[in-house]
Design a protein around this ligand. Structure first.
Ligand code: MG
Length: 391
């Protein structure tokens, strides 16, 4: 039953993404692009081996990524051109496997239906590709974009991957390509040049190729539409009070404030950050700051609460949460906090590594009423939302 070797090509430079990170490692619905198709292929009992071809500079990172996946994969380094990468992948497959399937990792939306159709196709024809009829009218142009011809649309199909082949046929075509110096952009073209017929199998328009940054939100929307990902939102609330005393620095929202009194506490007593952390932990049902940073632990004596917020941010990331937004209210009769609010927003947004627009901070008094009104202490309230993409 296990009769097919799969080569997933993930060695493209991804220059059109305009990013330093390799395209296939960018997150799509919180999961690296490469893993989307890998998880689809591994579901088939006829898949005997999977080879992933990566760029040399991504090798270590992809290794680490695959350690956490329950998939047996051989990782090889690709070449300068796509066909060199496929050739490297083919070499890494066991030679006795009768069928080979080639897939571009940049097509993460490939469905199991599509893969199954390619597999069924190659049992009948020796070389197949999934493809879709072209919807646009295609023009052939010269180097100045002057139209030379308009081929009839009914004859035009856009080929995608997976492409599936008799392994011996594809190997023979690659051997000849190397001898003759053929340059191609897909494996079916090699088979055509080699003189064999290629059969197209109807694929899916949603099997798009991630090429530019614009493609990512489209791909995510398509995944959502198929019900493959959904967003879970959680709300958290936090509240904290510290006593105002002489001879203590006053730090609110990570910003030092010029004032003769400061807040008493084991750490720097930053009541704003404490309320915020409790809201974040609460939204994730991960306890409270007293549990995570006990005031009996000398390690936290006088510590900047911003350092603790860094830890909370890491913890949320480990649990795959990202911050939706933050709304904070500081209750203090004095000092006047308006001049510091913007700086607090910047510090908190930087620490949580989220856009400034997601952080709101307000300050209010209690008109002289209660302990805040009598300037015995300062209180802070925090409401946050956390977002998790669930697959
Ligand atoms: Mg506190």
């Amino acid at each position: 039953m296990e009769n097919t070797g799969v080569v997933i090509v993930a060695a493209g430079s991804g220059t059109r993404m305009g990013m330093e990170t390799s395209k296939v490692l960018l997150p799509l619905a919180e999961t690296p692009i490469l893993l989307h198709s890998l998880r689809k292929f591994k579901q088939f009992p006829w898949v005997a081996e999977i080879v992933v071809v990566v760029r040399e500079k991504d090798y270590e990172q992809v290794c680490t990524l695959l350690e956490h996946e329950d998939i047996d994969v051989t990782l090889v380094v690709g070449g300068a051109r796509r066909q060199d990468s496929v050739a490297a992948g083919l070499k890494a497959l066991s030679p006795e496997l009768p069928w080979v399937m080639i897939h571009d990792a940049a097509r993460p939306l490939v469905t199991t239906d599509c893969i199954a159709a390619a597999y069924a196709g190659v049992q009948q024809y020796a070389a197949v590709s999934v493809a879709v009829p072209v919807k646009d009218t295609i023009k052939i142009v010269n180097e100045n974009q002057i139209v030379l011809a308009t081929p009839p649309r009914e004859q035009l199909w856009a080929v995608q991957t997976p492409q599936a082949f008799s392994a011996s046929l594809l190997r023979a075509a690659y051997a000849q390509a190397e001898q003759e110096g053929w340059e191609v952009t897909d494996d079916c073209s090699l088979i055509e040049k080699y003189g064999y017929k290629v059969k197209l199998i109807p694929g899916e328009y949603t099997n798009l190729k991630i090429t530019t940054p614009d493609d990512l939100p489209i791909a995510e929307a398509l995944l959502r539409n198929k019900g493959e990902v959904r967003t879970e939102m959680r709300i958290g609330f936090g509240y904290d009070v510290h006593r105002l005393v002489p001879d203590r620095p006053l730090v609110l929202g990570g910003v030092p404030i010029v004032y003769p009194l400061g807040l008493l506490g084991h750490s720097d007593a930053d009541v704003v950050v404490h309320a915020l952390m409790d809201a974040l932990l609460g939204a994730a049902s991960l306890g409270d700051i007293g549990q995570h940073f006990p005031d009996t632990d000398p390690a936290y004596r006088g510590i900047s609460s911003i350092k603790l917020l860094v830890e909370v941010t890491k913890l949320l990331a480990q649990h795959h949460y990202r911050v939706g937004n933050v709304d904070l209210t500081i209750v203090a009769e004095k000092p006047k906090l308006a001049p510091y609010i913007e700086q607090m927003r910047i510090v908190l947004a930087d620490t949580m590594q989220i856009p400034l627009s997601l952080v709101s901070i307000k300050a209010t008094t209690t008109e002289g009423l209660g302990f805040c009104g009598r300037q015995e202490g300062i209180a802070a309230y925090a409401v946050v939302t956390l977002v998790k993409v669930v697959q």
